[in-house]
Design a protein around this ligand. Structure first.
Ligand SMILES: Cc1cc2nc3c(=O)[nH]c(=O)nc-3n(C[C@H](O)[C@H](O)[C@H](O)COP(=O)(O)OP(=O)(O)OC[C@H]3O[C@@H](n4cnc5c(N)ncnc54)[C@H](O)[C@@H]3O)c2cc1C
Length: 311
């Protein structure tokens, strides 16, 4: 990173920036080389100053949530990584009635939001129990399960554009699809905007009923997924129609296959887990081997659900 960028970042953020920060420490899979700089701004105004200044200096920037859907390559990220959990952490009830409205900022952890909704008796987010990550990441990824996705509850989204303008996008302007949100914003897919907040439409429900559902969903996850291992969740997208990615990988006999420190989980074949000392190269090699095996056996090319980034 250029020395003058480093100086500007240190002056702007003080202790809220770290240089040459290993991304393995900020991803659920626990692999990944260093980012030039890793910033956790403390307020919205500091975030805006950071984004504006970085755009003026043309510093490559990239926002992350909890890193629960990321595979960062071993040589790391040549740019500034911005994390929002310190500056955008508020949840607010904004309306009650037949529809309960909740505003959740992008840095709020999804499990925290689920707990908030359960205690207040707001239904609609049950599908999200057990999904790690932040509200920003969940909206960007349209996170979900067979029983629901963020698309079902998001009513509007506020985004920060590189010119430092904040824009509110209503539901009609948001185009959700399988593990993807597309917005009418320039360069959306290349980090053209930062999600700041999402407004969610939920329904009143008995908190006890919601608690029981949560317990059931979490138990089911523990029984079927390697929830305590280091992973990035489902590695491949489910192909349209037919068998799930997990079923194809399982039938190809891949459960338990290991390369270096990376393993196809013996519990759920669509989870690649880090046994403790995996490198990104191990995970990528295992991914390619598994993909090739499924292609040869079933003629299906599996696309990754996990975002692969860095050098
Ligand atoms: C054990 C386990 C289980 C999982 N189960 C599920 C599941 O059931 N369903 C499911 O859908 N996913 C699942 N996942 C994957 C992951 O938790 C979700 O994709 C989650 O929504 C990612 O959120 P995050 O904050 O960690 O985003 P990250 O992984 O940090 O980022 C993901 C993408 O979102 C972008 N992004 C993050 N925040 C913002 C923002 N504020 N503005 C703009 N872009 C942003 C990033 O740039 C990146 O492209 C699982 C993961 C694990 C480890």
């Amino acid at each position: 990173m250029q020395p003058e960028w480093r100086k500007w970042l240190s002056e702007t953020l003080n202790t809220a920036v770290r240089f040459d920060e290993p991304m393995a420490a900020h991803t659920a899979l626990g692999v990944g080389g260093p980012a030039w700089a890793y910033a956790a701004p403390e307020s919205l105004s500091q975030l805006r100053k950071l984004v504006k200044g970085a755009a003026q200096r043309q510093i490559p920037c990239w926002v992350i949530g909890s890193g629960s859907n990321l595979l960062v390559r071993d040589r790391g990220i040549p740019g500034l990584v911005i994390c929002l959990h310190r500056c955008l952490s508020r949840i607010e009830e904004t309306g009650r009635g037949r529809k309960a409205m909740v505003s959740a900022m992008a840095g709020v952890r999804l499990p925290v939001l689920c707990g908030y909704a359960q205690r207040r008796g707001f239904a609609g987010l049950e599908f999200a129990w057990g999904i790690p990550g932040t509200v920003g990441g969940a909206v960007f990824m349209n996170a979900g399960t067979a029983s629901g996705t963020m698309a079902d509850v998001v009513q509007s989204v506020s985004v920060l554009l590189p010119g430092n303008r904040i824009q509110r996008l209503e539901k009609e302007a948001l185009s959700f699809s399988y593990r993807r949100l597309s917005c009418p914003v320039p360069d959306w897919d290349r980090g053209g905007a930062i999600i700041l907040e999402a407004s969610l439409g939920l329904r009143p429900e008995n908190p006890g009923v919601l608690r029981e559902k949560a317990v059931r969903i979490l138990r089911q996850r523990r029984e079927t997924q390697p929830v305590s291992a280091k992973s990035a969740g489902s590695f491949f997208k489910n192909p349209i129609g037919g068998k799930t990615a997990g079923e194809l990988l399982d039938r190809a006999g891949l459960k338990g296959m290991t390369i270096g420190g990376a393993q196809i989980s013996p519990k759920h074949a669509n989870f690649i887990i880090n046994l403790g000392n995996a490198s990104a190269a191990d995970v990528l090699a295992l991914m390619e081997t598994a993909r090739q095996a499924v292609l040869e056996k079933f003629g299906v090319y599996l696309e990754t659900e996990v975002k692969i980034v860095g050098e």
